[in-house]
Design a binder for this molecule. Structure first.
Ligand code: DC
Length: 226
């Protein structure tokens, strides 16, 4: 099979800017950007909408047996469909954000999404961001980045991002929410958030977005086949 390009895996904690960086890098390389957090959020939204008790793993397992998830490219972004319903507009709902760490800790959920993630990146030419892309989904990815920033800074950025969308939130609340999600992602037994031994760590606390993008692009160029 002819490959469309390399696989670039960007992992890291909540609010580190993974999706923003991944999207910009994909655009520059003319690759596809896949935000795997959006896939976990989409399933979570659908489960909440269906009234499934997400605290009971078996209920979630039963419900998702009938779910099919599709990512549809749309310009430089994409829409997420669960069983043909476009749920893109709900991915950032507060209820989804509060529940997604629980749902993403279940093995059956991860297995369903791994299959789809691996299928989407089979031919390469993708920048995929998440928590476990370089460790579990694509351990053979040509470029692995672990993107992070200090908690306060991540909360500051999230507050600005929310304010841009007309949502005014207290910084202390955001800090607590992000810290709780990081903790859940790091402690879960399946696919915990951890830096792959061969991933390049980039702490973006004191870096501009452009500087981060350039560093990632330089790493990509260095790993491109001749
Ligand atoms: O990146 P995000 O905030 O949209 O991710 C939402 C949640 O999904 C996050 O709490 C952890 C989970 N997630 C995951 O477990 N594995 C991934 N590859 C991506 C996200």
């Amino acid at each position: 099979m002819t490959k469309r390009g390399i696989v670039v895996a960007i992992d890291g904690p909540a609010g580190a800017g993974k999706s923003t960086v991944a999207k910009a890098v994909a655009k520059r390389l003319r690759y596809v950007h896949i935000d795997t957090g959006a896939m976990y959020r989409a399933l979570t939204f659908k489960l909440l909408q269906a009234g499934v008790d997400i605290s009971v793993e078996e209920r979630v397992e039963q419900a998702i047996a009938d779910y099919r998830i599709d990512m549809m490219a749309e310009g430089d972004t994409f829409r997420v469909l669960v069983n043909d319903e476009d749920v893109t507009g709900h991915l950032r709902d507060a209820a989804v954000t509060a529940a997604v760490a629980t749902v993403s800790g279940y093995r059956a959920v991860r297995e369903l999404l791994f299959t789809e993630q691996r299928r989407l990146a089979r031919q390469g030419g993708v920048v995929m961001d998440g928590r476990d892309i370089g460790t579990v989904v694509f351990p053979q990815a040509e470029v692995k980045i672990f993107l992070t920033a200090q908690l306060e800074e991540r909360a500051r950025r999230r507050q600005i991002e929310l304010a841009d969308r007309g949502i005014l939130r207290d910084r202390t609340n955001i800090v607590q929410e992000i810290a709780a999600r990081d903790e859940a992602d790091r402690r879960r037994p399946v696919s915990p958030l951890v830096q792959a031994p061969d991933a390049v760590l980039i702490d973006t606390t004191a870096l501009s977005l452009d500087a981060v993008i350039e560093r990632v692009l330089a790493l990509c160029q260095s790993r491109m086949p001749e």
